[in-house]
Design a protein around this ligand. Structure first.
Ligand code: NAP
Length: 247
């Protein structure tokens, strides 16, 4: 019997990449899944694999940066499943530029999805978890939120914000038996990183002690650990998954 048998997990940005891998991992370990992305049609692949594995899965169109969309999406999920045991705030974007060239719009877009989106979803879901008096929240941050990166001042600020937000949530929600932790991936092979020029990817590989890029599954393993009872006394922490880049 899987560790998430009888539990309901919600994963945002679950159409592909790390979000898809996290949703599949939680389902393999027994969870029923509410999966969200900007357009629910993009979730067909994720949902197909989960339902083939015998778990219940429902798909939702939710823009995490839009409070109305979040409120409606979470209300639909509460109606369909009646509970949420695990929340994985994964939806995220980059919009890189050097500081001096960065437009206000590029700044706002990244902060709105990565940081405000995490706030909006967590606020709506924590109300449900508080009623249950249990829950586990896993926020996908980034090592860039810990160490910074040239060309990513918007992204690094958003992910540092996610880490600080996670720590505050952990303190605020602990009394209701809700844990909150963050995962900080390094360079993971997904569409987000495939778009980088080959020479940039090569330079990055040189800086990874384990000498390989991470996979979405590498991150999903750690998400499942933090979401599960094995991490029952772990809250307010940031776990890096970066092949030893940040120690
Ligand atoms: P990805 O392949 O681009 O997947 C992200 C998913 O989130 C996409 O399906 C995307 O939809 C969706 N999304 C974007 N904006 C959204 C919004 N406003 N509301 C709902 N869904 C939205 O990215 P990934 O590499 O798997 O990254 C997942 C998370 O890991 C992100 O938070 C990212 O910052 C973090 N991370 C990634 C890496 C890495 O190396 N890949 C490293 C550190 C941290 P669209 O198709 O519209 O974009």
């Amino acid at each position: 019997m899987g560790q998430f048998e009888g539990k309901v997990a919600l994963v945002t940005g679950a159409a592909r990449g790390i979000g898809q891998a996290a949703a599949l991992k939680l389902a393999r370990e027994g969870a029923d899944l509410a999966v969200c992305d900007l357009d629910k049609d993009w979730l067909a692949e994720t949902a197909g694999i989960i339902s083939d594995s015998g778990r219940r899965v429902e798909t939702y169109s939710v823009n995490v940066s839009d409070s109305k969309s979040v409120q409606e999406g979470i209300a639909d999920i509460e109606r369909d499943f009646a509970r949420i045991d695990v929340l994985v705030n994964n939806a995220g974007i980059t919009n890189d530029n050097l500081l001096v060239r960065m437009t206000e719009d590029e700044w706002d877009r990244v902060i709105d999805v990565n940081l405000k989106g995490t706030f909006l979803i967590t606020k709506a879901v924590s109300r449900i978890m508080m009623k249950q008096r249990s829950g586990a929240i896993v926020n996908i941050a980034s090592i860039i939120g810990l160490i910074g990166n040239a060309g990513q001042c918007n992204y690094s600020a958003s992910k540092a914000g996610v880490i600080a937000f996670t720590k505050s949530c952990a303190k605020e929600l602990a009394a209701r038996n809700i844990r909150a932790n963050a995962v900080a991936p390094g360079f993971i092979k997904t569409k987000m990183t495939d778009d980088l020029p080959e020479e940039v990817q090569k330079k990055m590989l040189d800086g990874i002690p384990l000498k390989r890029f991470g996979t979405p599954e590498d991150v999903a393993e750690v998400v499942a650990f933090l979401a599960g009872d094995a991490a029952g006394y772990v809250s307010g922490q940031v776990l890096t998954v970066c092949g030893g880049m940040v120690t």
